[in-house]
Design a protein around this ligand. Structure first.
Ligand SMILES: Cc1ncc(COP(=O)(O)O)c(C=O)c1O
Length: 374
Protein backbone atom coordinates (compact mmCIF):
# COMPACT_ATOMS: atom_id res chain seq x y z
CA UNK A 1 0.00 0.00 0.00
CA UNK A 2 1.25 3.48 -0.83
CA UNK A 3 -0.23 6.45 0.98
CA UNK A 4 -0.76 9.12 -1.69
CA UNK A 5 -0.07 12.82 -1.28
CA UNK A 6 -1.50 14.99 -4.02
CA UNK A 7 0.81 17.93 -4.66
CA UNK A 8 -0.32 18.89 -8.16
CA UNK A 9 -1.49 22.41 -9.06
CA UNK A 10 -5.07 21.22 -9.31
CA UNK A 11 -6.88 19.22 -8.28
CA UNK A 12 -5.58 19.79 -4.76
CA UNK A 13 -6.40 18.06 -1.45
CA UNK A 14 -9.80 18.72 0.13
CA UNK A 15 -9.90 19.23 3.93
CA UNK A 16 -11.79 16.56 5.89
CA UNK A 17 -14.46 18.94 7.24
CA UNK A 18 -15.24 20.18 3.72
CA UNK A 19 -15.59 16.59 2.49
CA UNK A 20 -17.97 15.82 5.37
CA UNK A 21 -19.92 19.01 4.71
CA UNK A 22 -20.47 17.83 1.14
CA UNK A 23 -21.72 14.46 2.38
CA UNK A 24 -24.99 16.05 3.58
CA UNK A 25 -28.19 14.87 1.94
CA UNK A 26 -28.85 16.88 -1.23
CA UNK A 27 -30.77 20.13 -0.77
CA UNK A 28 -33.13 21.20 -3.56
CA UNK A 29 -31.80 24.24 -5.38
CA UNK A 30 -35.11 26.18 -5.42
CA UNK A 31 -35.53 26.09 -1.63
CA UNK A 32 -34.94 29.10 0.59
CA UNK A 33 -32.32 27.03 2.41
CA UNK A 34 -30.19 26.68 -0.73
CA UNK A 35 -30.82 30.21 -2.00
CA UNK A 36 -29.54 31.57 1.34
CA UNK A 37 -26.39 29.43 1.09
CA UNK A 38 -25.86 30.56 -2.52
CA UNK A 39 -26.26 34.25 -1.66
CA UNK A 40 -23.98 33.96 1.37
CA UNK A 41 -21.36 32.10 -0.67
CA UNK A 42 -21.25 34.93 -3.23
CA UNK A 43 -20.78 37.48 -0.41
CA UNK A 44 -17.94 35.42 1.04
CA UNK A 45 -16.42 35.17 -2.44
CA UNK A 46 -16.34 38.97 -2.67
CA UNK A 47 -14.16 39.08 0.45
CA UNK A 48 -11.75 36.44 -0.84
CA UNK A 49 -11.60 38.09 -4.30
CA UNK A 50 -11.07 41.48 -2.55
CA UNK A 51 -13.85 43.06 -4.57
CA UNK A 52 -17.18 44.82 -4.26
CA UNK A 53 -18.13 43.54 -7.73
CA UNK A 54 -20.84 40.93 -8.12
CA UNK A 55 -19.92 37.25 -8.38
CA UNK A 56 -21.06 34.63 -10.88
CA UNK A 57 -20.66 30.90 -10.18
CA UNK A 58 -20.82 28.45 -13.09
CA UNK A 59 -20.96 24.64 -12.92
CA UNK A 60 -17.84 24.09 -15.03
CA UNK A 61 -14.11 23.81 -14.73
CA UNK A 62 -12.14 27.06 -14.77
CA UNK A 63 -12.06 27.22 -18.55
CA UNK A 64 -15.85 27.70 -18.54
CA UNK A 65 -15.47 31.08 -16.85
CA UNK A 66 -12.60 31.98 -19.20
CA UNK A 67 -14.86 31.17 -22.15
CA UNK A 68 -17.75 33.14 -20.65
CA UNK A 69 -15.60 36.24 -20.27
CA UNK A 70 -14.54 36.07 -23.92
CA UNK A 71 -17.93 35.16 -25.41
CA UNK A 72 -19.84 37.76 -23.37
CA UNK A 73 -17.42 40.68 -23.82
CA UNK A 74 -16.43 40.30 -27.45
CA UNK A 75 -18.52 40.46 -30.61
CA UNK A 76 -17.43 38.94 -33.90
CA UNK A 77 -14.71 41.10 -35.45
CA UNK A 78 -13.65 42.69 -32.15
CA UNK A 79 -10.00 42.81 -31.17
CA UNK A 80 -8.45 41.72 -27.88
CA UNK A 81 -4.93 41.70 -26.49
CA UNK A 82 -3.92 38.28 -25.17
CA UNK A 83 -0.81 37.91 -23.04
CA UNK A 84 0.77 34.47 -23.29
CA UNK A 85 3.82 33.14 -21.46
CA UNK A 86 2.66 29.54 -21.24
CA UNK A 87 -0.10 27.05 -21.97
CA UNK A 88 -2.86 28.92 -20.19
CA UNK A 89 -2.01 32.26 -21.76
CA UNK A 90 -2.25 30.57 -25.16
CA UNK A 91 -5.74 29.38 -24.25
CA UNK A 92 -6.91 33.02 -24.25
CA UNK A 93 -5.95 33.43 -27.93
CA UNK A 94 -7.69 30.16 -28.81
CA UNK A 95 -10.86 31.28 -27.07
CA UNK A 96 -10.86 34.75 -28.64
CA UNK A 97 -10.52 33.20 -32.11
CA UNK A 98 -13.15 30.56 -31.36
CA UNK A 99 -15.69 33.37 -30.94
CA UNK A 100 -14.81 35.12 -34.18
CA UNK A 101 -12.76 37.94 -32.66
CA UNK A 102 -9.11 38.59 -33.38
CA UNK A 103 -6.32 38.18 -30.89
CA UNK A 104 -3.36 40.55 -30.84
CA UNK A 105 -0.86 38.28 -29.11
CA UNK A 106 1.82 39.47 -26.73
CA UNK A 107 4.02 36.41 -26.42
CA UNK A 108 6.85 35.63 -24.03
CA UNK A 109 9.16 32.65 -23.69
CA UNK A 110 8.02 30.02 -21.22
CA UNK A 111 9.33 30.98 -17.79
CA UNK A 112 9.25 34.70 -18.53
CA UNK A 113 6.69 37.23 -17.28
CA UNK A 114 4.70 40.07 -18.85
CA UNK A 115 6.21 43.55 -18.84
CA UNK A 116 4.04 46.60 -18.25
CA UNK A 117 5.76 48.57 -21.06
CA UNK A 118 4.96 45.84 -23.62
CA UNK A 119 1.28 45.85 -22.68
CA UNK A 120 1.28 49.66 -22.82
CA UNK A 121 2.94 49.64 -26.26
CA UNK A 122 0.52 47.08 -27.66
CA UNK A 123 -2.48 49.08 -26.44
CA UNK A 124 -1.09 52.40 -27.64
CA UNK A 125 -0.57 50.97 -31.15
CA UNK A 126 -4.17 49.86 -31.58
CA UNK A 127 -7.04 51.85 -30.14
CA UNK A 128 -9.57 49.26 -31.31
CA UNK A 129 -8.46 46.73 -28.67
CA UNK A 130 -11.46 46.19 -26.45
CA UNK A 131 -10.06 43.96 -23.71
CA UNK A 132 -6.85 42.52 -22.27
CA UNK A 133 -6.84 38.87 -21.22
CA UNK A 134 -4.04 37.41 -19.11
CA UNK A 135 -3.16 35.16 -16.17
CA UNK A 136 -2.21 36.21 -12.66
CA UNK A 137 -0.25 33.01 -12.15
CA UNK A 138 0.71 31.00 -15.26
CA UNK A 139 0.43 27.48 -13.87
CA UNK A 140 2.30 25.81 -16.73
CA UNK A 141 5.52 27.65 -15.84
CA UNK A 142 4.99 28.78 -12.23
CA UNK A 143 5.26 32.48 -13.12
CA UNK A 144 3.38 35.31 -11.42
CA UNK A 145 2.73 38.26 -13.75
CA UNK A 146 2.80 41.87 -12.45
CA UNK A 147 -0.96 42.32 -12.82
CA UNK A 148 -0.95 45.07 -10.18
CA UNK A 149 1.15 47.44 -12.31
CA UNK A 150 -0.57 46.41 -15.53
CA UNK A 151 -4.04 46.96 -14.06
CA UNK A 152 -3.13 50.40 -12.75
CA UNK A 153 -1.59 51.40 -16.09
CA UNK A 154 -4.68 50.27 -18.02
CA UNK A 155 -6.95 52.27 -15.72
CA UNK A 156 -4.85 55.42 -16.11
CA UNK A 157 -4.13 55.30 -19.85
CA UNK A 158 -6.83 53.12 -21.43
CA UNK A 159 -9.92 53.52 -19.24
CA UNK A 160 -12.27 51.94 -21.79
CA UNK A 161 -10.29 48.71 -22.07
CA UNK A 162 -11.69 45.81 -20.04
CA UNK A 163 -9.06 43.98 -17.97
CA UNK A 164 -9.70 40.25 -17.53
CA UNK A 165 -7.46 38.15 -15.28
CA UNK A 166 -7.38 34.38 -14.93
CA UNK A 167 -6.65 34.05 -11.23
CA UNK A 168 -7.26 30.29 -11.22
CA UNK A 169 -4.06 29.53 -9.29
CA UNK A 170 -3.92 32.88 -7.51
CA UNK A 171 -7.23 33.52 -5.73
CA UNK A 172 -7.01 32.22 -2.17
CA UNK A 173 -3.23 31.75 -2.39
CA UNK A 174 -1.66 35.04 -3.51
CA UNK A 175 -2.65 38.57 -2.50
CA UNK A 176 -4.42 39.73 -5.67
CA UNK A 177 -6.44 42.88 -5.09
CA UNK A 178 -9.20 42.75 -7.68
CA UNK A 179 -10.65 46.24 -7.17
CA UNK A 180 -7.48 48.10 -6.20
CA UNK A 181 -5.77 46.74 -9.32
CA UNK A 182 -8.65 47.57 -11.63
CA UNK A 183 -9.47 44.00 -12.61
CA UNK A 184 -12.87 44.03 -14.33
CA UNK A 185 -13.27 40.28 -14.49
CA UNK A 186 -11.37 38.03 -12.10
CA UNK A 187 -11.69 34.28 -12.53
CA UNK A 188 -10.99 31.21 -10.45
CA UNK A 189 -11.85 27.53 -10.23
CA UNK A 190 -12.81 25.31 -7.31
CA UNK A 191 -10.04 22.70 -7.50
CA UNK A 192 -7.13 24.98 -6.66
CA UNK A 193 -6.61 27.17 -3.57
CA UNK A 194 -10.32 26.93 -2.75
CA UNK A 195 -9.61 23.34 -1.63
CA UNK A 196 -12.59 21.72 -3.38
CA UNK A 197 -13.08 19.03 -5.99
CA UNK A 198 -13.21 20.23 -9.62
CA UNK A 199 -16.53 21.46 -10.97
CA UNK A 200 -17.05 25.15 -10.19
CA UNK A 201 -15.76 28.29 -11.86
CA UNK A 202 -16.21 31.73 -10.35
CA UNK A 203 -15.87 35.22 -11.70
CA UNK A 204 -16.26 38.77 -10.39
CA UNK A 205 -17.75 41.26 -12.86
CA UNK A 206 -17.28 45.05 -12.69
CA UNK A 207 -19.91 47.62 -13.70
CA UNK A 208 -17.71 48.54 -16.66
CA UNK A 209 -17.56 44.91 -17.82
CA UNK A 210 -21.34 44.68 -17.46
CA UNK A 211 -21.84 47.74 -19.69
CA UNK A 212 -19.56 46.28 -22.35
CA UNK A 213 -21.40 42.95 -22.19
CA UNK A 214 -24.75 44.73 -22.57
CA UNK A 215 -23.52 46.42 -25.73
CA UNK A 216 -21.92 43.35 -27.31
CA UNK A 217 -23.48 41.14 -29.93
CA UNK A 218 -22.30 37.90 -28.54
CA UNK A 219 -23.07 34.24 -29.01
CA UNK A 220 -23.65 31.91 -26.08
CA UNK A 221 -26.46 30.24 -24.24
CA UNK A 222 -25.43 28.55 -20.98
CA UNK A 223 -22.53 30.86 -20.13
CA UNK A 224 -24.64 34.01 -19.90
CA UNK A 225 -23.06 36.32 -17.33
CA UNK A 226 -25.87 38.89 -17.10
CA UNK A 227 -28.50 36.17 -16.76
CA UNK A 228 -26.57 34.60 -13.90
CA UNK A 229 -26.15 37.97 -12.20
CA UNK A 230 -29.92 38.42 -12.25
CA UNK A 231 -30.79 35.01 -10.84
CA UNK A 232 -30.99 34.36 -7.11
CA UNK A 233 -30.22 30.63 -7.05
CA UNK A 234 -28.52 30.08 -10.39
CA UNK A 235 -30.33 30.03 -13.76
CA UNK A 236 -30.04 26.26 -14.12
CA UNK A 237 -29.39 23.48 -11.59
CA UNK A 238 -26.34 24.62 -9.65
CA UNK A 239 -23.81 22.12 -8.30
CA UNK A 240 -25.47 22.28 -4.86
CA UNK A 241 -23.03 19.95 -3.14
CA UNK A 242 -19.97 21.82 -4.35
CA UNK A 243 -21.53 25.15 -3.43
CA UNK A 244 -22.09 23.92 0.13
CA UNK A 245 -18.43 22.92 0.17
CA UNK A 246 -17.43 26.28 -1.27
CA UNK A 247 -19.35 28.09 1.44
CA UNK A 248 -17.31 26.30 4.10
CA UNK A 249 -14.06 26.70 2.15
CA UNK A 250 -14.51 30.49 2.07
CA UNK A 251 -15.31 30.52 5.80
CA UNK A 252 -12.16 28.54 6.52
CA UNK A 253 -10.04 30.94 4.44
CA UNK A 254 -11.58 33.98 6.12
CA UNK A 255 -11.27 32.41 9.61
CA UNK A 256 -7.56 31.88 9.03
CA UNK A 257 -7.45 35.48 7.77
CA UNK A 258 -6.55 36.44 4.21
CA UNK A 259 -3.19 37.89 5.26
CA UNK A 260 -2.30 34.71 7.17
CA UNK A 261 -3.34 32.57 4.20
CA UNK A 262 -1.10 34.61 1.87
CA UNK A 263 1.78 34.47 4.38
CA UNK A 264 1.43 30.67 4.69
CA UNK A 265 1.63 30.31 0.90
CA UNK A 266 4.62 32.65 0.78
CA UNK A 267 6.44 30.64 3.45
CA UNK A 268 5.77 27.30 1.75
CA UNK A 269 6.83 28.70 -1.61
CA UNK A 270 9.99 30.19 -0.16
CA UNK A 271 10.96 26.91 1.54
CA UNK A 272 10.34 24.95 -1.68
CA UNK A 273 12.39 27.35 -3.81
CA UNK A 274 15.27 27.54 -1.33
CA UNK A 275 15.31 23.76 -0.97
CA UNK A 276 15.57 23.37 -4.75
CA UNK A 277 18.44 25.87 -4.88
CA UNK A 278 20.19 24.10 -2.00
CA UNK A 279 20.11 20.94 -4.13
CA UNK A 280 21.83 22.82 -6.94
CA UNK A 281 18.67 22.86 -9.07
CA UNK A 282 17.34 25.80 -11.08
CA UNK A 283 13.98 27.45 -10.67
CA UNK A 284 12.15 27.63 -13.99
CA UNK A 285 10.09 30.77 -13.37
CA UNK A 286 11.77 34.17 -13.68
CA UNK A 287 9.13 35.66 -11.34
CA UNK A 288 7.87 32.73 -9.27
CA UNK A 289 4.31 32.48 -8.01
CA UNK A 290 3.64 31.49 -4.40
CA UNK A 291 1.10 28.88 -5.47
CA UNK A 292 3.44 26.41 -7.15
CA UNK A 293 7.15 25.93 -7.81
CA UNK A 294 8.45 24.84 -11.21
CA UNK A 295 11.94 23.31 -11.00
CA UNK A 296 14.14 22.52 -14.02
CA UNK A 297 15.38 18.93 -13.94
CA UNK A 298 18.88 17.81 -14.96
CA UNK A 299 17.39 14.44 -16.07
CA UNK A 300 14.08 13.41 -17.70
CA UNK A 301 11.50 14.86 -15.32
CA UNK A 302 9.03 12.08 -16.19
CA UNK A 303 11.40 9.63 -14.46
CA UNK A 304 11.73 11.89 -11.41
CA UNK A 305 7.94 12.23 -11.18
CA UNK A 306 7.43 8.48 -11.52
CA UNK A 307 9.89 7.73 -8.68
CA UNK A 308 8.31 10.45 -6.51
CA UNK A 309 4.95 8.80 -7.13
CA UNK A 310 6.35 5.42 -6.00
CA UNK A 311 7.41 7.17 -2.80
CA UNK A 312 3.86 8.55 -2.46
CA UNK A 313 4.15 12.15 -3.64
CA UNK A 314 2.23 13.07 -6.78
CA UNK A 315 3.64 16.19 -8.50
CA UNK A 316 3.12 17.47 -12.06
CA UNK A 317 5.19 17.29 -15.21
CA UNK A 318 5.69 20.20 -17.59
CA UNK A 319 3.07 20.66 -20.30
CA UNK A 320 3.66 20.66 -24.05
CA UNK A 321 7.29 21.43 -24.85
CA UNK A 322 8.15 21.45 -21.13
CA UNK A 323 7.21 17.80 -20.67
CA UNK A 324 10.22 15.89 -19.39
CA UNK A 325 12.05 19.14 -18.54
CA UNK A 326 10.50 20.43 -15.31
CA UNK A 327 8.54 19.28 -12.29
CA UNK A 328 5.83 21.40 -10.70
CA UNK A 329 5.30 21.09 -6.96
CA UNK A 330 2.05 22.69 -5.83
CA UNK A 331 1.51 24.33 -2.46
CA UNK A 332 -1.82 26.06 -2.94
CA UNK A 333 -4.79 25.47 -0.74
CA UNK A 334 -4.77 22.82 1.99
CA UNK A 335 -1.00 22.61 2.52
CA UNK A 336 1.33 23.05 5.47
CA UNK A 337 5.01 22.83 6.36
CA UNK A 338 5.25 19.00 6.67
CA UNK A 339 3.95 18.68 3.10
CA UNK A 340 6.95 20.59 1.77
CA UNK A 341 9.46 18.53 3.75
CA UNK A 342 7.79 15.38 2.45
CA UNK A 343 7.79 16.56 -1.18
CA UNK A 344 11.42 17.65 -1.08
CA UNK A 345 12.32 14.33 0.59
CA UNK A 346 10.63 12.52 -2.28
CA UNK A 347 12.45 14.65 -4.82
CA UNK A 348 15.80 13.96 -3.18
CA UNK A 349 15.20 10.20 -3.12
CA UNK A 350 14.20 10.25 -6.79
CA UNK A 351 17.27 12.26 -7.81
CA UNK A 352 19.55 9.96 -5.79
CA UNK A 353 18.05 6.87 -7.44
CA UNK A 354 18.61 8.46 -10.84
CA UNK A 355 22.27 9.11 -10.01
CA UNK A 356 21.97 12.91 -10.02
CA UNK A 357 24.83 14.58 -8.19
CA UNK A 358 22.82 16.70 -5.74
CA UNK A 359 23.89 17.17 -2.08
CA UNK A 360 21.71 14.52 -0.43
CA UNK A 361 19.65 15.81 2.47
CA UNK A 362 20.46 19.49 1.84
CA UNK A 363 17.04 20.31 0.37
CA UNK A 364 15.08 18.93 3.31
CA UNK A 365 17.57 20.56 5.69
CA UNK A 366 17.12 23.94 4.03
CA UNK A 367 13.32 23.71 4.20
CA UNK A 368 13.50 22.72 7.88
CA UNK A 369 15.88 25.60 8.63
CA UNK A 370 13.46 28.04 7.03
CA UNK A 371 10.64 26.67 9.18
CA UNK A 372 12.81 26.92 12.33
CA UNK A 373 13.71 30.53 11.58
CA UNK A 374 10.14 31.54 10.76
C1 LIG B 1 -3.98 29.43 -14.72
C2 LIG B 1 -4.96 28.40 -15.20
N1 LIG B 1 -5.86 28.76 -16.12
C3 LIG B 1 -6.77 27.89 -16.59
C4 LIG B 1 -6.80 26.60 -16.14
C5 LIG B 1 -7.81 25.67 -16.69
O1 LIG B 1 -8.70 25.32 -15.71
P1 LIG B 1 -9.65 24.03 -15.85
O2 LIG B 1 -8.77 22.87 -16.10
O3 LIG B 1 -10.30 24.01 -14.48
O4 LIG B 1 -10.61 24.31 -16.93
C6 LIG B 1 -5.88 26.16 -15.19
C7 LIG B 1 -5.86 24.77 -14.73
O5 LIG B 1 -4.86 24.24 -14.31
C8 LIG B 1 -4.94 27.10 -14.70
O6 LIG B 1 -4.06 26.74 -13.77
Amino acid sequence: MTKRYLMTPGPTPVPEDIMLNMAHPIVHHRTKEFKDIFAETKKLAQQVFQTKNEIVIFSSSGTGAMEASVSNLLSEGDKALTVAAGKFGERWSQLVRAFGASAVELKYDYGDYAKIEDVDKALSKDSSIKAVFMQASETSTGVFHPIDEIGKMIKEKYPDVVFVVDGITAIGAIDVKTDEWNIDIMITGSQKALMLPPGLSLMSVSEKAKRVIENSKNRYYYFDILKELNSDGGSYTPAVTLIEGLNLAFKKILDEGLDNVFRRHELLANATREAALALGLELFAKRPANSLTAIAMPVDSSKVISLMKDYGVHVSNGQGSLKGKIIRIAHLGYFGKPDIIMAIGGLEIALKKLGVDAPFGEGVKKAMEIFVEE
